[in-house]
Design a protein around this ligand. Structure first.
Ligand code: ZN
Length: 243
C-alpha cells in the first residue's frame, strides 16, 4: 500500500473579477459563500462610462453592512489602471460609437481579448497576494458570443497561468452555463431577497451609462443590449418564482 505523499490543497483564497455589474456581484457573493478569504479586482481601461467602477466601493460597503456572515471574509480591493487597453481598442465601449453587430458576428462592444488580459493581470495580483482561485462572471449561455468568455478559453487560461506561475491556480466561472434568469435565481439562493435588492439597486450593467432611470430590475436606459438582457432575465426569473 502506497502512502499518499501530498494531497492538493483545496482553493480557499479567492480573487473575484469585480466590475460592479450584476454578474460580478453575484460572483462575489458566490465566492464569499464558498471561500475563507475573498479579495476583489477591477480594471479601469477608459470605459466610456465610469458608472460601473463607481458602483464597486458602494457594493463592497453594502455587502459588509448587510451580510455579517460574509463581512469578515471580504478582503482588499485592487483597482488596476489599464488605460493602455483603451488606447489599443477600437470599440463601442471605449469610443463614441454606436453598439451594432459587425461583419465578424460580434457586437462592436467587443474589446478584443479583454478577458485574457484581465485574467493575466488578475493572476499576477493573485500570485503576490497568495490567492489560489480566480472567480469571473464569464458565461457562454446568454451572451453575444465573445470568444474570450467561453469555457474552453477559461480552461486553457487556467492551464497557461498555472504553468506560467508554476503554481496551481484555479479559474471558477459560476455563471458559465446559466442564463440571466438563472443568474438572478443564483443571487437569491446565495443571499435571499437582500442580495437581489442590492443587485437591483446598486449594480450597473447599462452600456450607455444611464444611471438615472430606475426599473424594477435596476438602473439603465432599458434599450441597449445589456439592459434588454438584464430586464428579460429579471422578468423571467420573477415569473418563474411566482409560478
Ligand atoms: Zn442600457
Amino acid at each position: 500500500m502506497t502512502a499518499v505523499s501530498s494531497v492538493p490543497s483545496v482553493p480557499s483564497r479567492a480573487l473575484v473579477l469585480f466590475s460592479g455589474g450584476q454578474d460580478s456581484t453575484t460572483c462575489l457573493a458566490w465566492a464569499l459563500q464558498r471561500y475563507a478569504h475573498v479579495e476583489t479586482i477591477g480594471f479601469d481601461y477608459g470605459q466610456r462610462h465610469r458608472v460601473e467602477l463607481d458602483c464597486r466601493p458602494v457594493l463592497r460597503q453594502r455587502v459588509r453592512e448587510r451580510f455579517p456572515q460574509w463581512a469578515p471574509k471580504l478582503g482588499d480591493d485592487h483597482l488596476l489602471d489599464l488605460a493602455l487597453l483603451g488606447q489599443i481598442s477600437d470599440t463601442a465601449l471605449t469610443q463614441d460609437k454606436a453598439i451594432e453587430m459587425q461583419a465578424s458576428g460580434l457586437p462592436s462592444s467587443f474589446v478584443p481579448a479583454r478577458n485574457l488580459i484581465f485574467l493575466g493581470f488578475a493572476a499576477s495580483v493573485a500570485y503576490r497576494r497568495g490567492l489560489d482561485v480566480l472567480v469571473g462572471g464569464m458565461c457562454e449561455t446568454d451572451y453575444s458570443g465573445y470568444p474570450d468568455c467561453r469555457d474552453n478559453t477559461m480552461k486553457a487560461m487556467q492551464l497557461a497561468l498555472s504553468l506560467g506561475l508554476d503554481t496551481r491556480l484555479t479559474i471558477e466561472t459560476p455563471l458559465m452555463w446559466l442564463d440571466k434568469a438563472q443568474t438572478w435565481g443564483l443571487a437569491h439562493s446565495l443571499g435571499g431577497a437582500p442580495l437581489v435588492e442590492l443587485i437591483e439597486q446598486d449594480t450597473h450593467t447599462c452600456y450607455l451609462g444611464d444611471h438615472h432611470t430606475r426599473h424594477d430590475w435596476g438602473w439603465g436606459c432599458g434599450q441597449c443590449p445589456a439592459c434588454e438582457l438584464r430586464a428579460r432575465g429579471h422578468a423571467a426569473w420573477r415569473e418563474a418564482t411566482r409560478a
